[in-house]
Design a protein around this ligand. Structure first.
Ligand SMILES: Cc1cc2nc3c(=O)[nH]c(=O)nc-3n(C[C@H](O)[C@H](O)[C@H](O)COP(=O)(O)OP(=O)(O)OC[C@H]3O[C@@H](n4cnc5c(N)ncnc54)[C@H](O)[C@@H]3O)c2cc1C
Length: 378
């Protein structure tokens, strides 16, 4: 599809995927873009419930390249409020070497990433005593951001360029005529659009249902985060620590730690409720790692949804079956990290460009149902 000067775009969703796309489209498309969010404000679902970590050493490599590109920008941008903590991915020598080599061979290794002993990057104290001898992939350019500040920046800038932003407005359906998108239905009225962008997060599959778009086979998985503390001796610049074999992570969070058991349970798209049994699993994992944290009070626990395509690679691009339908979905567990670059890629495609990196994210890959799991690290 080629975009000309009269093309109108309706972006459905008000999370990071939608906001970043609006931000990148703003300067060229301006007032021809409308972003429509069902909730009363932006980021009320996955984008407002994340751990806000910028992690670049991820699989598959095309996602890692987007992560690296985003991290370069977010790491410099005042509005991202980036804290350069670095990260330690713990694992067996074999799994870390496999990860490093897979990224290195695909030009996707984050700058400065190297395998080391965790002790080299942990301050003296309980964490170093428990984990110091573990092998780790150290990524010095990883860190922690403020996702709501990023979201606000994207949306404020888009609005400055003339993008219309509507909250409290569920999109009730997409209007299709002769296999071509014509617009959306909102508040019982018709809003004309030549392109409708599906950036609805966990609702990405439900939103496309019955339209004749390519069948992706989405998984929506619930994950919990727990804020533990108060805990003494947790420096604000402690690297985030992620055990990729055992499946847990933690990072500093106001006078304590934010911890996750890397749980994944299938969920319908919804406002997910907390299942407190996950805290037991978290406690078990932390004590198996000899971390004296399982007795820390839980200050707060919440759940969010992560949405994946079957190959755990983002889906960004025009639908191969339905003219004018554009996907910005499946950002899984990397939508904060990759927010800037995912929106940039989407905007380039909508402007009629054909960037080489777009191939890996092309929804047309689901026309071939033999596409398999890519062994992604989550
Ligand atoms: C517990 C947890 C921890 C995470 N930690 C990290 C992390 O540390 N680093 C990282 O990079 N990523 C992390 N992520 C992943 C990241 O949060 C997501 O990838 C990202 O937020 C997805 O953004 P999104 O815009 O696609 O979805 P969302 O933020 O969910 O936005 C979708 C929006 O679409 C709206 N919508 C849906 N249907 C309609 C409709 N019909 N009409 C109008 N609006 C509609 C919804 O209301 C919603 O606001 C984490 C996720 C979770 C759950």
């Amino acid at each position: 599809m080629t975009c000309d000067d009269s093309i109108r775009v309706a972006i459905v969703g008000g999370g990071l995927a939608a906001a970043s796309l609006a931000f990148h489209l703003g300067p060229t498309f301006g007032d021809r873009v409308t972003l429509i969010e069902r909730e009363a404000g932006p980021g009320m679902h996955s984008s407002g419930r994340s751990a806000e970590m910028i992690r670049q050493a991820v699989l598959p490599p095309p996602v890692a390249r987007l992560a690296r590109r985003s991290a370069e920008v977010l790491g410099r941008a005042k509005w991202a409020r980036f804290r350069p903590t670095g990260s330690l991915l713990l694992g067996s020598e074999a799994s870390l070497t496999e990860l490093r080599d897979a990224l290195g061979e695909s030009d996707a290794l984050p700058p400065g990433a190297d395998i080391t002993r965790a002790a080299a990057h942990l301050p003296p104290g309980d964490l170093r005593a428990a984990l110091g001898e573990r092998a780790a992939l150290w990524t010095p350019t990883d860190g922690i951001v403020d996702a709501s500040s990023i979201l606000s920046h994207f949306l404020d800038d888009a609005a400055r360029h003339g993008v219309t932003i509507r909250y409290g407005t569920p999109v009730e359906g997409v209007v299709v005529e002769d296999g071509q998108v014509k617009g959306v239905r909102v508040d019982g009225a018709f809003l004309a659009a030549d392109i409708v962008v599906n950036a609805t997060g966990a609702w990405v599959g439900a939103f496309a249902e019955g339209l004749g778009a390519v069948p992706v086979g989405w998984s929506v998985l619930r994950r919990h985060l727990a804020h533990l503390g108060p805990a003494a001796d947790i420096p604000r610049d402690l690297p985030f620590i992620w055990d990729i074999d055992a499946g847990w992570y933690l990072r500093p969070e106001s006078r304590g730690l934010l911890a996750c058991a890397c749980d994944e349970s299938p969920s319908p798209p919804c406002d997910p409720q907390v299942d407190r049994s996950v805290l037991d699993a978290l406690g078990r994992k932390l004590s198996e790692a000899h971390l004296p944290l399982d007795r820390l009070p839980v200050r707060r626990c919440w759940a969010g949804l992560r949405t994946f395509a079957p190959d755990r690679t983002f889906v960004i691009g025009f639908d191969p079956c339905l003219d004018g339908f554009f996907w910005m979905g499946g950002l899984g567990g990397h939508g904060v990290t990759c927010s800037w670059a995912a929106g940039e890629l989407g905007a380039r495609l909508l402007a009629g460009e054909s960037p080489r990196e777009a191939e890996s994210f092309d929804p047309a890959r689901f026309l071939d149902h033999s596409a398999g799991e890519a062994g992604a690290i989550t």
